[in-house]
Design a protein around this ligand. Structure first.
Ligand code: NOJ
Length: 484
């Protein structure tokens, strides 16, 4: 099926549905049960990039090898009581040594792209100062291996593993500057081969969860003013990093970020609720994505925080609002919004306790979220390109007596989200690619190894990787460029 434009989409569905209901045949189209009927398939646009996503600390291991310095996650995970079962990323999936095997897993899936991250403290063990050539060599080899297998690397520069040596971490205004220097160094050396960069992954997880809630590294519980300042340094790092990447890479390099923007689904698809969901998306992401897209904090955020609002230095907002080439969205659980006569024109609907979720209790199942996540961002800010930089689910995977992992709940989850993503592409939203989280089961942060998100089951004792049913399914999706 050709990509249907927004205008013709409704019409084409109406014709097929009416014909199917009446039981008649259209010329050349056999109606009824027709799993191969191409015109009815949820087919993605030509050139759509399918991939998987991973992150350095979650898969690499080799924590003390190749001159790597400790990150805040090493320190945090080695602190008793901080992670499930005291799990750490010391070994994780041992991809530091097994990366060639992992590239073959990707190749076997047929992906066109792979999203990975670079560990800052492998490159600068102290966070700044003297770089460690062995760290850069490692990533250079990984990138060459991907390219040799015709897989395009999409590289994230920061996925939460802040070098522990940096004084004050994200509380210190010098950290965004150190991040920019690290970005400059890495992109200068790898930018000949890497053409797609993401500065930062998920602001809220290393700012709020790390410094306000204490659930993630470094595990602090600061008050609101200090926590807002950490958020500000988080977005400033993106802005300064963006500038550094641009200055050190050839023209045509694409730079963006990967953000788990809060997604708002309208309670029903009527004009007023659709508008309310869009307003909610702008206001509720005020401290992160809205600031990045608009180069200013929206009034709703500043008013809510009052005297606790961040202190902004000269030039900060200009840097934060630097133009990105794409927005990467990590889409998991949805939120719901409805129209209201409140000051900002929307209200967020509380999630009922009976709302269905996946193996991770926070992961509410909301396929429409992937459609509305894309739509709200494009409608609000007219971004030229969107990637789904993460989407996937944990599942209570078991190996059955035949040695298979039949993770039909993961397949159900993915199939529903992709069907909704198809809706976005069919309506003309510029979604360029999709990176499934994750290639492998891996270190799921505070949940340690208790939650499995991979398409491949990892036996952490032997490091054996076994493809799950979802891997077979995703391989078909990629081969057919369609939901299967
Ligand atoms: C988003 C994060 O980027 C990733 O590191 C994490 O494992 C997944 N969500 C699943 O929680």
């Amino acid at each position: 099926m050709k990509n249907i434009s927004r205008r013709s989409f409704g019409k084409s569905v109406a014709v097929s549905t009416a014909a199917a209901l009446s039981g008649i045949s259209l010329p050349g189209i056999a109606l009824g049960a027709q799993p191969d009927a191409d015109h009815l398939r949820y087919r993605f646009p030509k050139g759509f990039i399918w991939g998987c996503a991973t992150a350095a600390y979650q898969v690499e291991g080799g924590a003390k090898e190749g001159g790597r310095g400790p990150s805040v996650w090493d320190t945090f995970s080695h602190t008793p009581g901080k992670t499930h079962n005291g799990d750490t990323g010391d070994i994780a999936d041992d991809s530091y040594h097994l990366y060639k095997e992992d590239v073959q897993l990707l190749k076997n899936l047929g992906v066109q792209g792979h999203r990975m991250s670079i560990s800052w403290s492998r490159i600068f063990p102290e966070g700044k100062g003297t770089p460690n050539p062995a760290g850069l060599d490692y990533y250079s080899r990984v990138i060459d291996e991907l390219l040799a297998n015709k897989i395009t690397p999409y590289v994230t520069l920061f996925h939460w593993d802040l070098p522990d040596a940096l004084p004050g971490g994200w509380q210190n205004r010098d950290t965004p500057k150190a991040f920019a220097d690290y970005c400059a160094y890495v992109t200068k050396h790898l930018g000949d081969r890497v053409k797609h960069w993401m500065t930062i992954n998920e602001f809220i997880c290393y700012t709020d969860l790390g410094y306000r809630v204490g659930q993630f590294a470094p595990g602090l519980r600061l008050g609101p003013a200090e926590a807002n300042q950490v958020r500000h340094h988080g977005v400033l790092a993106h802005g300064l990093g963006l500038k550094a990447v641009r200055a050190n890479t050839p023209t045509g390099t694409q730079v963006g970020l990967a953000e788990d923007a809060k997604v708002y689904v309208p309670v029903m698809e009527t004009k007023e609720h659709i508008e309310a969901a869009r307003k909610a998306a702008r206001a509720e992401n005020g401290m992160f994505l809205t600031a990045v897209m608009e180069g200013k904090y929206p009034d709703s955020y500043l008013e809510k925080e009052g005297a606790n609002a961040p202190k902004i230095g000269p030039g900060d907002m200009e840097a934060i609002g630097g133009k990105v080439d794409f927005v990467g969205l990590n889409i998991y659980d949805p939120n719901f919004a409805q129209a209201s006569d409140s000051k900002w024109g929307y209200s967020v609907v509380p999630m009922p306790t009976s709302y269905p979720h996946m193996a991770s209790p926070w992961l509410n199942m909301g396929p429409e979220g992937i459609y509305w996540g894309v739509r709200n961002v494009v409608d609000l800010w007219k971004v030229p390109a969107i990637y789904i930089t993460e989407n996937g689910t944990s599942s209570d995977d078991v190996i059955n007596s035949a040695g298979r992992i039949e993770d039909i709940d993961r397949v159900m989850f993915l199939r529903n989200y992709l069907t909704q993503l198809h809706r976005a592409t069919a309506e003309g939203y510029p979604v360029k690619g999709y990176f499934l989280w994750s290639l492998l089961d891996n270190f799921e942060w505070a949940d340690g190894f208790s939650k499995r998100f991979g398409l491949h089951y990892v036996d952490y004792k032997t490091q054996k990787r076994t493809p799950k049913l979802s891997a077979e399914w995703y391989k078909q999706v990629i081969a057919q460029n369609a939901v299967v």
